[in-house]
Design a protein around this ligand. Structure first.
Ligand SMILES: NC(=O)c1ccc[n+]([C@@H]2O[C@H](COP(=O)([O-])OP(=O)(O)OC[C@H]3O[C@@H](n4cnc5c(N)ncnc54)[C@H](OP(=O)(O)O)[C@@H]3O)[C@@H](O)[C@H]2O)c1
Ligand SMILES: [Zn+2]
Length: 337
């Protein structure tokens, strides 16, 4: 089978389509004929050599977390899915035995890791991480859901976002950003989103964004958010200087949930503002398989339409990563092997 592998950790030019042996499912596993696999910033970090997970010794490396396709074969001890089922993979990998697994939610597992391998014609996966897709959810829509939408959904839940809330989303145009805007609207909340691009913000407005701020300077954003209101929640996937900004703009007793570091790994906390304002800052990674199940149901019901910017053939995987690196897309980029 063919796979789009990282053969050099130099950015998009380091992607090559290579031949690999066809995988066979072991006990508890299934092989999936991959129809669609979305890419994420996480994959781009790896490709740029900016991830502790993969180095030169682990190449070629096939990434791809968000797999949707058709079950080709199942190994021993598999129930719940069978060959021919249309499925989406929850990329969570948990030990199932640690204190955090037994207490839940599962994404707090102390040995938590992620599946990689979907940017290929066939993926060998843990069968109990597969959800069977309703007929009216396409593989492409399903592939958009696991990492971006599941993470956004879990963060909104951690912040208890509900009807009438105001949610601040720095970086509202990417995978997690657009997912947050759409899901906040479904929860009855209003959103403020930022971007460096007026054109991309217009497209996110069409997807439900209420207030668009075209700015990158935290001071300028702070002033514009203050004119709109004090957010009840901040969903922060950018990290860096947007973290102090998010803390300062939110209302008394508000919650900021942080899942990413696109804009940097460090920030400062305004300590008096934190305690005098009774604010909460929460870290969050991915979501639960049940979050993903709900997202599939919302998509099947037509309540949620995952935002897909572009689809790419397997041979165009380098182009998909270049599009992400150049900040050209709104929503998800999906490779269709
Ligand atoms: N912990 C977890 O479980 C988890 C899960 C998913 C994602 N994440 C993290 O969340 C972040 C977003 O992931 P994603 O896949 O949604 O990425 P993405 O689609 O590439 O996100 C693009 C967004 O990031 C903004 N952006 C890009 N570079 C920026 C910079 N240097 N400064 C400020 N804004 C910048 C873009 O703004 P413009 O509109 O201005 O271009 C756009 O709004 C990443 O840090 C990722 O690692 C974490
Ligand atoms: Zn565990």
């Amino acid at each position: 089978m063919r796979a789009a592998a990282f053969t050099d950790l130099i950015g998009p030019d380091g992607v090559s389509v290579i031949d690999q042996p066809d995988p066979e499912p072991g006990p508890g596993e299934a092989t999936v004929d991959v129809s669609a696999c979305a890419i994420n910033r996480h994959d781009l970090w790896i490709l740029e050599g900016d991830s502790a997970m993969v180095d030169g010794d682990t190449l070629p490396f096939v990434t791809g977390l968000d797999v949707a396709g058709v079950v080709e074969a199942v190994g021993d001890d598999v129930s719940g899915v069978e060959p021919g089922d249309r499925v989406v993979l929850c990329p969570n990998q948990t030990c199932g035995t640690c204190r955090f697994c037994s207490e839940g939610p599962e994404n707090t597992c102390e040995r938590f890791s992620l599946y990689h391998g979907g940017l290929a014609e066939t993926a060998r996966v843990q069968a109990d991480r597969l959800l069977v897709l309703p007929d009216d959810v396409s593989a492409t829509a399903a592939a958009a859901l696991p990492t971006a939408y599941m993470t956004a959904f879990h963060m909104l839940r951690r912040a208890d976002v509900g009807p009438g809330d105001l949610v601040f989303v720095p970086g509202a145009t990417g995978g997690v950003g657009v997912a947050t805007v759409q899901l906040a609207a479904i929860l009855g909340a209003r959103t403020i989103g930022t971007s460096s691009s007026a054109e991309k913000l217009e497209r996110v407005r069409d997807l439900g964004l209420d207030h668009a701020i075209r700015a990158t300077d935290p001071e300028e954003i702070r002033a514009q958010v203050a004119d709109i209101g004090h957010p009840d929640a901040v969903i922060n996937h950018l990290g860096g200087e947007y973290t102090r900004l998010g803390q300062q703009v939110m209302r008394r007793g508000g919650t900021m949930v942080v899942c990413g570091r696109t804009a940097g790994t460090e920030s400062t906390i305004d300590v008096p503002d934190l305690f005098l304002g009774h604010k909460r800052v929460v870290g969050s990674t991915m979501g639960t398989q049940d979050d993903l199940r709900r997202l599939v149901e919302l998509t099947a019901a037509g309540t949620l339409e995952p935002a897909i910017d572009r689809m790419f053939a397997l041979e165009e995987t380098d182009e998909a990563f270049a599009t992400m690196q150049d900040r050209e897309s709104v929503g998800k980029l999906v490779v269709e092997p």
